[in-house]
Ligand binder design. Structure first.
Ligand code: KG4
Ligand code: ZN
Length: 341
């Protein structure tokens, strides 16, 4: 089965052709980093305008690279939510029009389901039940998936997502957008025990995440120590490197603490680490150490599949399609779409 998938929920316009939910025939991503970098974060109006310009050429390129055309497709999958409404609408309306004009089924895909299915494109055999730690700029959640396409939400963030915390800390220190990759790189050169950050605890005892307190603690540290914003990535002080290393340690510790609890409780046969922050070198390394110590296989997709892309939407779309999930032309963008039972 050949599926064209379209993703435009945030600041990447992406299209891919995926065969049988596993084989990537093409995976085209047009990023908008340079547009948003000067503002220190995604500007929704600019994002949707750029999606409008990019969606046609990106879809064309995905079809061409896959050596196929719309008529040869079995279905069209599209992200319907969550995300920025103006961004979502561009991909969604394009997919709807294409499906309608060529009489193809339209498969609605939840963005997080896409992230959860990314590793299935890279590994042949991921044993179920699995626990997926989804860490991105918009989400930080743990899911238990006992059967393909059925997601049980175990934990979520109460406030900021982990990637959002990286981006905000980077902005605070003048390190640019997106913050994750640069903080990751600089943190590797600092002492991670230089600054102590307390781990957030939920007053109701739920196993949720919270990162806004950590972000505020970094802000207080910056003010207290009068750390000036960085002017050049080549001139970063040891103090800032230590702060970033300590921040990164706090984020990774919090993520893996919840993951460990969930694995001990639900005893899955595998663990998935996915989403943009899964590109983080320390998180990848520490997650591997933890899972090896628990004798559970860990599946982390390559970096180009952890950050937003459309191949993951195609993989999740195939699963939904097999479960009979098809949308009509009345499918609407759902900026706050929920997932999981
Ligand atoms: O999954 P994604 O591409 O988009 C969303 O669905 O949000 O994730 C983007 C997020 C950004 O916050 C970015 O700073 C973060 O992933 N990120 C990283 C790294 N690479 C990207 N965070 C930490 N370390 C990285 N190496
Ligand atoms: Zn994402």
């Amino acid at each position: 089965m050949k599926i064209l998938a379209i993703e435009s929920s945030c600041d990447e316009t992406a299209a891919a052709v995926v065969e049988d939910g596993r084989r990537i025939l093409s995976n085209v991503v047009s990023t908008q980093f340079e547009i948003h970098a000067q503002w220190g974060g995604v500007v929704p109006e600019l994002a949707s305008r750029r999606h409008l310009e990019a969606v046609g050429p990106v879809v064309e390129e995905a079809l061409m690279t896959a050596n196929t055309d719309v008529n040869s497709l079995d279905a069209i999958a599209v992200t319907y939510g969550p995300g920025l409404v103006g961004s979502l609408l561009v991909g969604l309306e394009y997919a709807k029009a294409l499906a309608w004009a060529h009489h193809k089924p339209l498969i609605p895909v939840h963005h997080i389901a896409g992230h959860i299915h990314a590793p299935f494109l890279a590994f042949d055999d991921i044993p179920l039940p699995t626990i997926a730690l989804v860490v991105s700029g918009g989400h930080t959640s743990l899911f238990l998936m006992k059967e393909l396409g059925v997601y049980q939400l175990l934990s979520r963030t109460r406030d900021d997502a982990a990637g959002e915390a990286y981006d905000k800390v980077a902005k605070l220190l003048g390190l640019g957008y997106p913050g994750g990759p640069i903080v990751d790189k600089l943190a590797a050169t600092g002492r991670d025990d230089a600054v102590f950050f307390k781990m957030a605890k939920m007053s109701d005892g739920k196993p949720d995440f919270s990162f806004s307190g950590l972000k505020t603690a970094v802000l207080h540290h910056v003010r207290k120590h009068n750390l000036p914003p960085c002017v050049s990535p080549d001139a970063i002080s040891d103090e800032v490197r230590d702060l970033l290393a300590s921040f990164q340690r706090a984020v990774v510790t919090a993520l893996l603490h919840r993951l460990k609890d969930a694995v001990e409780r639900h005893r899955p046969l595998s663990v998935i680490l996915t989403g943009g922050v899964a590109a983080n070198s320390r998180l990848r390394r520490d997650a591997q150490t933890l899972m090896s110590s628990m004798a559970i296989p860990l599946f982390v997709p390559p970096v180009n599949l952890t950050t937003d892309n459309a191949a993951m939407i195609g993989a999740a779309g195939e699963v939904s399609f097999r479960l009979g999930v098809v949308a009509g032309s009345n499918l609407e963008a759902a900026p706050f779409a929920a997932i999981g039972v």
